[in-house]
Design a binder for this molecule. Structure first.
Ligand code: FAD
Length: 385
C-alpha cells in the first residue's frame, strides 16, 4: 500500500487522535443518537477541519489529498467523519464564489473553529434528486431575502452556525433554462426563532444528526447572497468533484477497517479445529473486496492527481465515489459474513459500521445518478432525465 506513504505523518497523527475515541464511544453516541461533540472538538482543535482553508484565512491550505488522508484515517480507525466532514468542504462555495468581504468575515472564524459552516440545504421532499425543481423561494424585500419553503435531510443543522441554502429567486416559468434562477444564500442560523426556521431532527438507521427544516418568512440580509443572483446551481456544482473525492476517501477508510477486522477474525476464530480463514469460502470474499478496494483507491488517486493539477476531473471523481462506495458496502457484507453471529453483536462495531457505510450508496449522491453522469457525459449516451 505505497499510496499511504503520502501524507503518512497526517495519517499517523489522525490515528493517534482517533485512538481516544474507541468503539465504546461510538456505540454510546449511536445508542443515544448523540452528536459526537468531543470527537468533533478534538478534530477542530487539532486543525484538521480547516485543512482546505487557505493560509491567508487562517487555515492550513493543504491539498485535497491531505484532506482525503484525514478522512480516510478517521474511517479506517472505526470512527465516523460524517458528523463534521462538511465543515471541511462546504466553505469551498464561499471561497470560490463569495465576495472578499464575505471571505474576510467568515473564513478566519471557520478556520479557527469558532463558528461552524457544516449545513448544506439543497434536497427537498418533493424535488429529491431533481434539484432544479426545488420549491423553496427567496424573494427580495428591502435589504433582505424572505425565504419560504422546506428542506429535508439537512444534516448537522442543529450543530452548525451557518447554512448554505439553495433556493429559487426567479420562478421557473420566467427562466430559459431550469438551472437558472437558483441562488445560494449563506444563512446565519444563530438566534433565529423557530417561527421563522423550524429544525426537526429525523431519526435514521445510523447516527447522522440529519434534519428537516421549515422556512416561514426567514429574513436573510441581501449581503449574504453568494456570488450573483440566479447562478447558484452552477456554484453548487462547482464543489461536487471535491465532495465526491472526499466521500470516496471515507469509503476507502471504511473498506480497510472492514477488511482488517475480517482478516484478524478469520485468523483467530477456530471452528472444525482450524482457523475459519483456512476455508476458501471465507478467504475469497475477503480477497475479492480487497481487490475492489484497491481498484477504487487507484481511481481515487487518479482523481486527486488531476484535481491537484487544476483540472475538474468529473469522470474520475464520480468513478472514485461509485467504486469506493461499492467496495465499502461489499467489504461490510464480507465482514458481517466472516463474523457469523458475532457480526450482529453491538460490541464488535461491525453492525454499526455496516449501517454507516450503507449511506454512501444514496448520499450525497445516489449510485444511479453517477451512472447517469457516466452514461451521458463520458459515454455520450442520450440524457435520461
Ligand atoms: C442521512 C442522509 C443525509 C443527507 N444529507 C444531506 C444534506 O446534508 N444536504 C442535502 O441537501 N441533502 C442531503 N441528503 C439527501 C440526499 O442527497 C438525497 O437523499 C439523495 O440525493 C436522493 O434524493 P431522494 O432521497 O429524494 O431520492 P429520490 O430523488 O426520490 O430518488 C429515489 C431513488 O430513485 C432513483 N432515481 C430518481 N430519479 C432517477 C433517474 N432519473 N434515473 C435513475 N434513478 C433515479 C434515485 O437514485 C434513488 O435511488 C441526505 C440524505 C440522507 C439519507
Amino acid at each position: 500500500m505505497n499510496y499511504e506513504v503520502k501524507h503518512q505523518d497526517i495519517r499517523e497523527s489522525v490515528a493517534r487522535l482517533c485512538a481516544d475515541f474507541p468503539g465504546e464511544y461510538w456505540r454510546r453516541c449511536d445508542r443515544e443518537r448523540a452528536y459526537p461533540q468531543e470527537f468533533v472538538a478534538a478534530l477542530t482543535s487539532a486543525g484538521y477541519l480547516s485543512a482546505l482553508i487557505p493560509e491567508i484565512y487562517g487555515g492550513s491550505g493543504l491539498p485535497i489529498s491531505a484532506a482525503a488522508a484525514i478522512l480516510e484515517a478517521i474511517h479506517r480507525a472505526g470512527c465516523n467523519a460524517a458528523a463534521c466532514h462538511a465543515q471541511m468542504y462546504t466553505m469551498g462555495t464561499v471561497l470560490r464564489h463569495g465576495s472578499d468581504a464575505q471571505k474576510q468575515k467568515y473564513l478566519p472564524s471557520i478556520a479557527a473553529g469558532e463558528i461552524r459552516l457544516q449545513a448544506f440545504g439543497v434536497t427537498e421532499p418533493n424535488s429529491g434528486t431533481d434539484t432544479t425543481a426545488l420549491r423553496t423561494t427567496a424573494q427580495v424585500q428591502g435589504d433582505y431575502y424572505l425565504v419560504n419553503g422546506q428542506k429535508i435531510w439537512t444534516s448537522r443543522a442543529e450543530h452548525s452556525d451557518l447554512m448554505l441554502l439553495l433556493c429559487r429567486t426567479t420562478p421557473r416559468d420566467k427562466i430559459n433554462k431550469k438551472t437558472e434562477g437558483l441562488s445560494v444564500l449563506l444563512v446565519d442560523m444563530r438566534g433565529v426563532s423557530d417561527k421563522n426556521m423550524l429544525i426537526r431532527p429525523i431519526r435514521t438507521m445510523m447516527n447522522h444528526s440529519t434534519t428537516e427544516i421549515f422556512f416561514d418568512n426567514l429574513a436573510v440580509p441581501k449581503e449574504n447572497l453568494i456570488g450573483e443572483q440566479g447562478k447558484g446551481f452552477r456554484y453548487i456544482l462547482s464543489g461536487m468533484n471535491a465532495e465526491r473525492i472526499l466521500i470516496a476517501a471515507e469509503c476507502i477508510g471504511d473498506a480497510k477497517w472492514f477488511i482488517e477486522k475480517s482478516t484478524t477474525y478469520a485468523n483467530q476464530r477456530r471452528v472444525f479445529n482450524r482457523p475459519i480463514g483456512q476455508n476458501q469460502g471465507v478467504q475469497f470474499p475477503i480477497a475479492s473486496v480487497y481487490a475492489d478496494m484497491r481498484a477504487a483507491e487507484l481511481m481515487l488517486i487518479e482523481a486527486m492527481r488531476l484535481y491537484e493539477q487544476g483540472a475538474q476531473p468529473g469522470e474520475e471523481a464520480n468513478l472514485a465515489k461509485l467504486l469506493a462506495a461499492d467496495a465499502s458496502c461489499a467489504a461490510a457484507e464480507a465482514c458481517m459474513q466472516t463474523h457469523g453471529g458475532f457480526g450482529f453483536a453491538e460490541e464488535y462495531d461491525i453492525e454499526r459500521k455496516y449501517r454507516e457505510a450503507r449511506l454512501y450508496q444514496t448520499a450525497p449522491i445516489s449510485t444511479n445518478m453517477i451512472l447517469s453522469y457516466i452514461a451521458e457525459h463520458v459515454l455520450g449516451l442520450p440524457r435520461s432525465y
